[in-house]
Design a protein around this ligand. Structure first.
Ligand SMILES: [Cu+2]
Length: 461
């Protein structure tokens, strides 16, 4: 994917024009709201004003531009219904901020005075809670408790100092169940002011939020009353193969910040490297409390910040380790058919139901390759094509692409890894001796199962 600054600003400007035409008069004194019309990873937004810092790259997201007003950093968030492309082929009607869900990342520097205008274009009231931050109680955004709700059509102002460096989140504390199920959330990064003993400079700094949705195949709007049985698991409201890869140069020091605003925990797993959890939403982790991991469980309402040196070239998977979360919507009510012989039956069924097919009698892998008739606006349960075949993944899955020749600071996708000779798993072509095990009579339901017990003697079931 090409992510040049020109296109980013082109997209932002085009969105801003649309918004300005709606609200120019009413918002004359406010910073012009900047909207994003693309679900792609915008290049890091280098600070044009205020204190310097090294910006983050929000996976399939962007950073909200600001203006300086007498030393105060002013942002304008617009809470509104949005259409988010979850992956090419599926769009969802969500609620979000400034044209996308999740909302834009807000980046400031420790000690910055920040003023955030929040315009509510939702059909109901809302608020914003600044998860994890030290702020005056009346800026905490809990509707009814610390402030009146922001009615539909009104603009409220939040103002505080960004006191603590770290990775935080923002989300409504108003009709939370519905508003968060609809996608209202965003990331907030407070960069350290100067050198910090526990926050290392990095070459690449990625961030994204975990969000889950329950969208019935063929429909576009999440069911907001779902408590646990979600069917779309996303990194920043995108599912594989719609999630951009994290592209780095070999030897880069890499930071990944992951926040979880779903209804369950997600063990985020990286292949090929070990990382260290260097921070949570509670702040930087003391050096004495860090240890190597390859999976970090990110519980509900938590942020985990991991760091590593990307010193192994290749296309390394980065995914949630709950296998149902690397799938897209559809098959969770499908019975397991592994081992059931349907020969003959399918032809009879197809006389009655032309599209009838048996799912998964040899495992579920066929699902990744089959051209299934799907309802409109529905993604295959497993999708994505790799250089060696179907990737059989969906949901919370993407790749860390480590390349020797990736230019410094260049976030563009380098394409598939070209494996050096003799470094890919290969087929054994010699003769394979028959295994000495009991023959399994196919379809003989009445047969005894022979069970080989660890002690060595055989028993019968
Ligand atoms: Cu998960």
């Amino acid at each position: 994917m090409n992510m040049d600054r020109r296109r980013f600003f082109g997209g932002a400007a085009a969105g801003a024009v649309a918004a300005a035409s709606v609200a120019k008069a009413a918002l004359a004194a406010l910073p012009e709201p900047v909207l994003m019309d693309k679900p792609l990873t915008a290049p890091p937004l280098a600070p044009a004003s205020g204190r310097p810092y090294n910006p983050v790259a929000t996976l399939n997201g962007w950073t909200l531009p600001w203006r300086m007003n007498n030393g105060v950093k002013e942002f304008h968030l617009v809470a509104e219904p949005v259409v988010r492309e979850l992956a090419p082929g599926m769009k969802a009607q969500l609620w979000g901020y400034n044209g996308q869900s999740p909302g834009p990342t807000i980046e400031v520097v420790e000690g910055d005075r920040v003023r955030i205008f929040v315009t509510n274009k939702l059909p109901e009231h809302t608020t914003i809670h600044w998860h994890g931050q030290r702020i005056p109680n009346g800026m905490d955004g809990v509707g009814g408790i610390t402030q009146p709700h922001i009615p539909a059509g009104r603009t409220f102002v939040y103002e505080f100092e960004a006191r603590r460096p770290g990775t935080f989140m923002y989300h409504p504390h108003a009709d939370e169940m519905a508003q968060m199920a609809m996608g209202m959330m965003g990331l907030w990064v407070t960069h350290p002011r100067g050198r910090h003993p526990l926050i290392a400079p990095v070459d690449r700094d990625f961030c994204f939020l975990l969000a889950s949705y329950d969208i019935e195949p063929g429909s576009r709007t999440p069911r907001v009353n779902t408590m646990l049985d979600f069917n779309l698991f996303t990194f920043n409201s995108r599912v594989f193969p719609g999630i951009d890869s994290l592209n780095v140069r070999k030897g880069d020091r890499v930071r990944i910040r992951v926040g979880n605003l779903t209804m369950t925990n997600h063990p985020i797993h990286l292949h090929g490297h070990e990382f260290t959890v260097t921070g949570t939403d509670g702040g930087p982790t003391p050096l004495s409390a860090r240890w190597p991991e390859v999976t970090a469980d990110v519980a509900v309402g938590q942020m985990r910040q991991v760091e590593f040196v990307a010193d192994e070239e290749g296309d390394w998977s980065l995914h949630c380790h709950k296998s149902h979360h690397t799938m897209n919507a559809m098959g969770h009510n499908v019975p397991t058919m592994i081992g059931v012989d349907h020969r003959g039956l399918v032809r009879k069924m197809q006389k009655l139901v032309p599209d009838y097919m048996v799912m998964g009698e040899r495992g579920m892998a066929d699902m990744g390759a089959m051209e299934m008739p799907l309802p409109d606006n529905t993604l295959p349960m497993m999708g994505g094509q790799g250089p060696f075949g179907p990737a059989e993944m969906g949901g919370m899955f993407t790749l860390l692409k480590v390349r020797r020749d990736q230019p410094r600071g260049d976030y563009r996708d380098p394409g598939w890894f070209k494996h050096p000779a003799r470094t890919v798993a290969y087929e054994f072509t010699g003769s394979v001796p028959d295994a000495t095990r009991a023959a399994q009579p196919a379809g003989d339901a009445g047969a005894d199962l022979k069970v080989r017990k660890p002690s060595g003697h055989e028993g019968h079931h």
